[in-house]
Design a protein around this ligand. Structure first.
Ligand code: GUN
Ligand code: FE
Length: 422
């Protein structure tokens, strides 16, 4: 791979509360990895290509920890119901359409096109139960240059007859899908039981075996909505809490890496299971608001050392833009504090940048920073259409904050693992 550098105003997170800011500097990429940031281009890089983004803000690519690719066809619609009715009324019928490969191709082409222009560089996404359509999606993402995880969804109970598998078929399809995934270099499979209500005990055990045998990560939904939590109690009367419902299959980070979407309503005992450092909460404030699920206590999770990444959760979430997920993470934390939390703990702009980059990025390896050795995921932001006479007085974090609140547009340029995508 050709080495190159980006020149511009470079901002990235060092840790939850600390950012690194480098005005008018060079960010060097060698073999798809960051070589670090330099005020002057070192002599040894003389002659490499320099993309001149002088005056533009350059930040690490954003990580969308949880979204549903098939649901993009109805993003921005259907926000009048709560989770379980929303699934039955809108979501399951929409996902059933992906049995038809020519429909799936048209829908996924639009999705991949829009995702390409967005700020997202890494992701973990759900597809549907259908192998062919899922492989098509993975192939398109791979061709574009994305890196991330895609899951063929499993569901063998409490699902409509047009979107359900028998347990045996679900396992067989999963194994066949995993075989077919071996050719992908950058798009990797992730085990994806939809959530406990749609997955029998037998299926969960089989998926757990596959996950451990093949050392694959797992993603699912946890404690999103209060009716869902009550239902899980009825489905698993002997299990102490919803968290334990996944943990007993090794799916909360005890065997392989895990992403649990939402986690709006932690159980006071179950929350201890979320602190092992190998399970990430995918926080999607827009979805939690649209489906009237609630406001996840992200401030608490951060204080208690639970791993958190940000997510759009398309199409419970009504946008594909991780910029908006950052804004909503901050604003939702404030509303939540006003209503419930006795202790003042708003998510700050520094923290939200961290969560959208390094916080989720860690799930993918060395991702989310420009320190030497990190994969070279970078996006370039254009503030030209939001001018202010104060611009020269603003530091890079302030410019980023302003960009988040004022502009939710696509990126000016985008690089994933050193490959220019936009
Ligand atoms: N829980 C189970 N399936 C889904 C889904 O598709 N979206 C959301 N938001 N929650 C879920
Ligand atoms: Fe979801």
């Amino acid at each position: 791979m050709k080495d190159f550098a980006l020149k511009g105003d470079i901002l990235y997170s060092k840790s939850l509360n600390k950012v690194s800011q480098h005005e008018n500097s060079y960010l060097v990429c060698v073999d798809g990895k960051s070589e670090g940031v330099y005020k002057k281009l070192p002599a040894k890089y003389k002659g490499i290509k320099v993309y001149d983004y002088s005056g533009y803000l350059i930040i690490p690519g954003l990580v969308d920890m949880h979204l549903h690719a098939p649901q993009y066809i109805f993003v921005g619609l259907h926000m009048d119901l709560k989770l379980l009715d929303w699934l039955n009324t809108y979501t399951f019928p929409a996902e059933a359409k992906y049995k038809n490969l020519s429909f799936a191709k048209k829908a996924y082409d639009i999705f991949v096109h829009d995702l390409t222009l967005s700020s997202t560089t890494r992701f973990s996404m759900f597809a549907t139960i259908h192998n062919e359509a899922t492989l098509y999606l993975m192939n398109e993402l791979e061709k574009t240059g994305f890196k991330g995880y895609v899951g063929k969804v499993n569901m063998d109970r409490n699902s409509p007859k047009y979107l359900i598998e028998t347990t045996n078929k679900s396992v067989k399809n999963t194994l066949e899908w995993l075989d077919a995934c071996e050719d992908f270099k950058n798009i990797k499979p992730i085990i994806t039981p939809r959530f406990i209500p749609t997955c029998s005990d037998k299926l969960m055990k089989e998926l757990s075996k596959i996950m451990i045998d093949k050392n694959l990560p797992v993603q699912s939904h946890l404690s999103e909505n209060r009716s869902e939590i009550e239902w899980v109690k009825e489905l698993m009367p002997k299990v102490k809490n919803y968290e334990e419902g996944y943990n007993k299959y090794g799916m909360l980070g005890t065997t392989t890496k895990s992403i649990m979407a939402h986690y709006v309503w932690p159980d006071e005992k179950g929350i201890e299971l979320m602190k092992n450092g190998n399970v990430w909460v995918a926080h999607s404030p827009a979805s939690n608001r649209n489906l009237s699920s609630g406001m996840a206590p992200i401030g608490r999770y951060l204080r208690e050392g639970i791993k958190v990444g940000l997510a759009t959760d398309v199409a419970g979430g009504s946008y594909l833009s991780m910029f908006r997920a950052i804004e909503d993470t901050i604003t939702t934390s404030k509303v939540r504090n006003c209503l419930f939390d006795s202790e003042y703990y708003n998510v700050t702009i520094e923290q939200a940048l961290y969560l959208a980059t390094l916080g989720g990025g860690e799930f993918f390896g060395k991702v989310g920073s420009f320190d030497k050795g990190y994969e070279f995921d970078a996006i370039v932001l254009n503030e030209r259409d939001i001018p202010t006479v104060l611009m020269s007085e603003l530091n890079l974090l302030e410019r980023f904050e302003r960009y988040i609140y004022r502009s939710h547009t696509n990126v000016y340029a985008k690089f994933i693992a050193g490959k220019k995508i936009v």
